[in-house]
Design a protein around this ligand. Structure first.
Ligand code: NDP
Length: 331
């Protein structure tokens, strides 16, 4: 059926600026790492993407290797662009990345110029695009000089194949070096993409200061710790959940009784704020002004809608934050 997004789709979404750049992103962005691959039902993913755009989510995050199989999420998204979003390209921020293993041999992994530029061409082909909005180096590569990877990102922009660039998973010191190089070259860098959730707070120890100093944004992935910071696992491991899936990245043994007890206590704090645990976990990562967007995954439209409702209550009292810190310190 023809997709007609509502005209008021931008009215209720919150948009935040990537540092001091000209680019704004929705406070909640949608990632296609899981649930959009060749092993998943196209129509399920399509419904999630359509609903996201209808709610003002303008940013969709991909990578060359998302699937499984690798590349299939980009293919599915390309199909959605053709089926539903062809007329809306100028309203979309589409990102992709290269950095993890993608094809056999020495040139399909890491951070070489050879790999990054070939991979971007392949991503554009799979999605049927002339350009992506953001092209990232997906992870630091200790065997390639940072300068080579950053020059490859710069080249992608000069070729007109990316409007902006970003880095992902770079620790603070290496990020500072890389961002300094991009600044020197005049490359339009807008984002760092690190993992951040109540269960992984490493960005608080330096990285948020680096993005602030460099005037760029930060989009944080797995803010729900892949579903752990929700009610998904409180009563067991449901069939079809990420922890139950063969290719799931969430290890079932991470979900212990002690973890469940802690999650229930966090859920009580959330409930007193009028939120679900998932909603509070999203608001919590967004409490730093440096965090431009929380990059979520979803396996259903209902999850997506529930997560976007987190934006109704973003403020925290000092008391709430201390109670959360105290619970997390029990680990
Ligand atoms: P989340 O932490 O948001 O986890 C998403 C999963 O949590 C969903 O698939 C679903 O799992 C569950 N979930 C989501 N909402 C709810 C809810 N309201 N109630 C119950 N369960 C819920 O993020 P992801 O780990 O999926 O990562 C998000 C995106 O970040 C990726 O798609 C990707 O774009 C990016 N990313 C980037 C990385 C990088 O290295 N740069 C690495 C990892 C991710 P279920 O399937 O069980 O329903």
């Amino acid at each position: 059926m023809l997709y007609c997004p509502p005209e008021n789709r931008y009215d209720n979404m919150v948009y935040r600026r990537c540092g001091k750049t000209g680019l704004t992103l929705p406070a909640i962005s949608l990632g296609l790492w899981h649930n959009f691959g060749g092993v998943d039902r196209y129509e399920d993913g399509r419904a999630i993407v359509r609903r996201a755009f209808s709610m003002g989510i303008t940013h969709f995050d991909l990578a060359n290797n998302y699937g499984p199989p690798p590349g299939s999420a980009e293919e599915a998204f390309g199909r959605m662009l053709r089926d539903d979003l062809a007329g809306y390209r100028d309203e979309l921020i589409i990102s992709t990345k290269a950095g993890y293993g993608m094809w056999p041999g020495p040139y399909g992994d890491g951070g070489s110029r050879k790999y990054l530029l070939a991979s971007l061409d392949a991503s554009l082909k799979r999605m049927g695009l002339d350009y992506v909005d953001v092209f990232y180096h997906h992870r630091p590569d200790p065997d390639t000089p940072v300068e080579e990877s950053m020059r490859a990102l710069d080249q992608a922009v000069r070729q007109g194949k990316a409007l902006y660039v970003g880095i992902s998973n770079y620790p603070a010191a290496r990020a500072r070096t890389a961002l300094g190089m991009l600044r020197e070259m005049g490359t339009p860098v807008v984002l760092h993409q690190p993992r951040y959730s109540m269960y992984d707070r490493h960005v608080e120890e330096g990285l948020l200061g680096v993005v602030q100093d460099e005037g760029i944004g930060c989009i944080v992935f797995s803010p729900l710790a892949q579903g752990l910071l929700t009610d998904r696992y409180l009563g067991g491991i449901p069939e079809g959940s990420r922890a139950a899936r063969e290719h799931g990245a969430l290890q079932p043994d991470a979900i212990t009784d002690a973890r469940r007890a802690q999650l229930r206590q966090l859920a009580e704090i959330a409930s007193a704020r009028g939120q679900s645990l998932a909603q509070m976990a999203l608001a919590w990562v967004l409490r730093y002004p440096q965090v431009t967007s929380a990059l979520i995954g979803a396996s259903s439209v209902a999850q997506l809608e529930a997560n976007v409702a987190a934006l109704d209550q973003l403020d925290f009292s000092g008391e709430e934050l201390s109670s959360i810190d105290a619970l997390l310190a029990q680990d």
